[in-house]
Design a protein. Structure first.
Lengths: 117, 226
């Protein structure tokens, strides 16, 4: 079984290099975005969108999942996506506590002065 | 093993033992399951970061130099290391174990470059006075809102926690790859591919850590002009 699989690794080095070029370009776009003034939620949406595209390219081509059996993809990917989405359950509490947190003035937490050596 | 089975069609024999239903070895399946669970570790940490960031006055202290320049070069190193790793796996698939070892050594080089650059970048911040539970005094002043709300000191905890766990994964991966490079001639192709899976996963995690931690916290308005 494995003797047959050993021969098989789909994708050429040219394909992988072009994926790498796309990843580098998307990274440069992200760095440019860092210096554009825009509302933070728009910035977050664009950055996460780019990150998901990059992650998908890495998983599909570098990690070779595109060339694996569909049953393996269906076993691994949907449950990960669902588990990550379930974590969003915490955000209503986060927004609630942002309203509660600063009812009174507190002094900024500051490091103690370093000891003289 | 029957290779005439169509992908997506599962005859009962696939699940009756004696065959590999996913057409991957058990070690590779194990690595995939580890990667899924480790993704959830990082997802939980990044969600905790998002939770804290949404409910606090969050400082955005990173200057173009050194922070953004360093983290961009580090990103480039990790992306390049993934490319050399995939070249190594390709070489190994063709039976060229010496070539695979050469590419894996290049991967280790890029990985270690990432760790060294990251430690230098950490050192910049530590020298400025950033600690897991304290901000530098001039940051605390610069990012206090007009109503007197101070920036949260948890910035350091999330920064060092998330980037530290990621750095630990890179360092572990470099050691793993050294073992694989040393034993490349004895290992089966699939074992080299599995090491590649882990390495690409470390790269993948950085694709989320870099924009969320660094790009989202750029000091755009020069609040910290030193």
């Amino acid at each position: 079984m494995t003797a047959h699989a050993e021969e098989h690794f789909a994708g050429t080095n040219k394909l992988f290099t072009s994926i790498w070029v796309i990843l580098v370009v998307l990274t440069l776009v992200e760095i440019l975005l860092a210096y554009k003034t825009m509302p933070i939620h728009i910035m977050l949406t664009i950055l996460l969108g780019l990150s998901i595209i990059k992650a998908a390219l890495i998983v599909a081509y570098f990690m070779h999942l595109k060339f694996e059996r569909l049953s393996l993809i269906l076993t691994l990917v949907p449950m990960l996506v669902i588990c990550i989405c379930l974590l969003f359950v915490f955000f209503p509490d986060s927004f609630r506590s942002s309203d509660l947190r600063y009812k009174f003035q507190e002094s900024a937490p500051v490091a103690p002065a370093p000891a003289e050596e | 093993m029957s290779t005439d089975v169509q992908a997506g069609h599962f005859p009962a024999a696939d699940w009756e033992g004696g065959t590999l239903p996913y057409r991957v070895g058990h070690r590779k399946l194990g690595m995939w399951l580890f990667i899924i669970s480790d993704s959830l570790t990082f997802s939980a940490l990044l969600m905790a970061y998002a939770y804290l960031r949404a409910s606090n006055n969050w400082p955005t202290p990173f200057p173009f130099y050194p922070s953004i320049v360093f983290s961009s070069v580090m990103t480039f190193c990790l992306l390049s290391s993934s490319l050399t790793m995939v070249f190594g796996v390709s070489a190994s698939a063709k039976g060229d174990k010496a070539g695979a070892r050469k590419w894996i050594l290049a991967t280790i080089f890029f990985g270690l470059a990432f760790v060294v650059l990251h430690l230098i970048e950490w050192n910049h911040l530590i020298e400025e006075g950033l600690r897991p539970f304290y901000l530098p005094e001039h940051w605390a002043q610069a990012f206090t809102l007009s109503d007197g709300t101070p920036p949260t000191a948890l910035f350091g905890a999330t920064f060092f926690g998330i980037t530290g766990l990621h750095m630990f994964h890179v360092a572990t991966g470099a050691i793993y790859l050294m073992v694989v490079a040393l034993r490349a001639k004895k290992l089966k192709h699939e074992d080299i591919e599995i090491a590649g899976l882990y390495w690409h996963f470390v790269d993948l995690v950085w694709m989320f850590v870099f924009p969320l931690i660094y790009i989202m916290s750029v000091d755009m308005h020069g609040a910290l002009n030193h």
